[in-house]
Design a protein around this ligand. Structure first.
Ligand code: AMP
Ligand code: MG
Length: 518
């Protein structure tokens, strides 16, 4: 067991951590220790899996953004989230009692090539906490300084990318896309050197587990079969206990991960989300979207869209995401082979993806169209619509929302004009709409409109919206981060006065370039 720390740690002048007494330092919200119950299961796996270390402090930290809903789910009250203890803990300037920080080691395939050993190069797992509803989640700091796995990096994250990760994690969760969550972002004026000088920030991320495909690849490729089995047993016992009863529990684990991943990517495609860096070290074994970097929500619909400026070949283009997910699962299957035994069993465990992904995608798209049942011909109806959208680079989010709004008015009404206006070739759209109306029979479009509005969001984190919040934050005003968070946490509810957040992107949006540098 890890030694329990009894107070918040602080750096002395030499930069090393020392323990200070609590609650004298907690300031205004002198509520003593955070109401968190720690239960650090990953830390119990043993030293082959991680290196224990404390975060590196940042000078004069400040709050950039906080997710109240995430705090509530963790049982952290608002007063405590205002306290200096919270600010210290989530900027890496102290360690909460019961937390047992560590950086984990993993490997991975990056852009299709084996990258060898990687690891938490700038993240620290603070530990696992028990939530008020008796679940467990891990808390992780990202940008908290050097670790043994930092390689050439500085262990830091910049304000811009931290705001993007914070907002997108919470936005995806609210959209119903499985994702890691984010509790808060803290910042500091400490300089961080990228293409230009920027400032440092730390995101506190939350997920039941941050284990990646790359963790399994690490132990498999380095021939550490004992550790590979320890990790797989842990994953099964902690997250997939039903696999234990299968004839081959490790093949069952792979099959379950194929299902989870298929569901996740189907949701990405339906909501128009491009991840941007689907390396195997960025793939969660819980089927959660993790490691937000150069992601993007589509503006105009372009199936070939590449959101990552560092991916000129388009390996991770929007329409390639399902195929890449399968590629990554194949790499995971390869890694699990020493446990699974027969290659045929591993292949058989991957096979369901090929059926489940299209099924999951069809279900998502039918929901977007408000179709209450599945019928032959649906796939063509959807494919033909997407062709229309692609042909005119029609704004993806706006199209679906306008369709949902117009649907309430059935046909022949002026309400349809906003949808038709999106198409240069209105006649072709009208023809599609007639097919759509005929397909719906005997259901009425109006009856489906409510469910459509519940799945087709008004607000998504478009690049330019993030960019506006970032620019203001870089000038010291964090109000836009919080405002955007509030909208994105209720993405299906129109808010009066916030029309611009649901509008077409401005011309300058297309010149925003987001790369892996963050
Ligand atoms: P990413 O592309 O962000 O998923 O990062 C790939 C690997 O590089 C991960 O192991 C990260 O921890 C590591 N990494 C990325 N940026 C940094 C940085 N600034 N300092 C240290 N490690 C980093
Ligand atoms: Mg990563």
């Amino acid at each position: 067991m890890a030694p329990q720390r009894s107070g918040v740690l602080k750096t002395d002048e030499n930069g090393s951590m020392t323990t200070i007494a609590e609650p004298a330092e907690t300031g205004q919200g002198a509520t003593a220790a955070a109401p968190l119950r720690w239960h650090n299961r990953f830390a119990a796996l043993g030293p082959a899996f991680f290196t224990r270390l404390s975060p590196q402090p940042l000078p004069d930290p400040y709050w950039v953004g906080r997710s109240r809903s995430m705090a509530r789910e963790l049982g952290l009250d608002e007063e405590w989230m205002e306290s200096r203890q919270a600010l210290k803990a989530f900027s890496g300037n102290g360690v909460l009692p019961g937390s047992d920080p560590l950086a984990s080691v993993y490997s991975g395939h990056q852009f299709g090539h084996w990258a060898g050993q990687l690891g938490d190069g700038r993240a620290l797992l603070l530990g696992e906490v028990v939530t008020p509803d008796a679940g467990t989640v891990e808390l992780q700091l990202k940008g908290s300084g050097l670790t043994p796995y930092s390689r050439m990096g500085d262990g830091r994250a910049v304000l811009r990318s931290s705001i993007r990760e914070f907002l997108c994690s919470e936005a995806m969760h609210a959209l119903g896309v499985p994702s890691s969550r984010a509790l808060c972002v803290t910042g500091s004026d400490a300089p961080v050197y990228r293409e230009q000088v920027e400032t440092a920030a730390v995101v506190t991320r939350v997920a039941p587990s941050f284990i990646r495909f790359g963790h399994f690849e690490h132990f498999s490729h380095s021939g550490q079969t004992g550790q590979l089995k320890t990790l797989a047993d842990f994953a099964i016992d902690a997250f997939y206990p039903q696999c234990r009863h299968a004839p081959n529990p490790f093949a069952a684990l792979l099959e379950t991960l194929s299902e989870r991943t298929a569901q996740m990517v189907a949701r990405w495609q339906a909501v128009g989300f491009c991840h941007g860096v689907m390396n195997t070290d960025n793939m969660s074994i819980l089927g959660l979207t993790i490691d937000y970097g150069p992601f993007q929500f589509l503006d105009g619909f372009d199936p070939d869209h590449i959101c990552n400026h560092s991916d000129p070949q388009g390996r991770y283009a929007y329409n390639r995401q399902p195929g890449i997910a399968y590629w990554n699962l194949f790499a995971l299957g390869q890694a699990l082979l020493p446990l699974i035994g027969e290659p045929d069993d591993a292949m058989a465990a991957l096979e369901p993806f090929k059926v489940l992904y299209p099924q999951a995608y069809d279900a998502q798209m039918r929901a977007k169209l408000g179709l209450p049942d599945a019928r032959p011909g649906d796939r063509e109806l959807i494919a033909d619509l997407l062709k229309l959208l692609a042909g005119g680079r029609v704004d993806y989010t706006i199209f679906w929302r306008r369709l949902s709004m117009a649907a309430a008015f059935e046909t022949g009404n002026l309400a349809w004009e906003p949808v038709r206006d999106l198409f240069a070739d209105r006649a072709t759209f009208d023809a599609w709409r007639e097919r759509f109306a005929a397909r719906l029979q005997p259901f009425s479009l109006a009856a489906c409109a409510t469910s459509m509005r519940a799945v087709n969001p008004v607000y998504v984190l478009r690049n330019h919206l993030g960019e506006q919040a970032i620019r203001q934050a870089q000038a010291g005003d964090f109000s836009e981060v919080q405002k955007l968070l509030d909208l994105l946490q209720s993405p299906f509810t129109e808010v009066a006065g916030c029309e611009s957040y649901a509008a077409f992107p401005p011309d300058w949006a297309s010149s925003i370039q987001i790369s892996c540098s963050s």
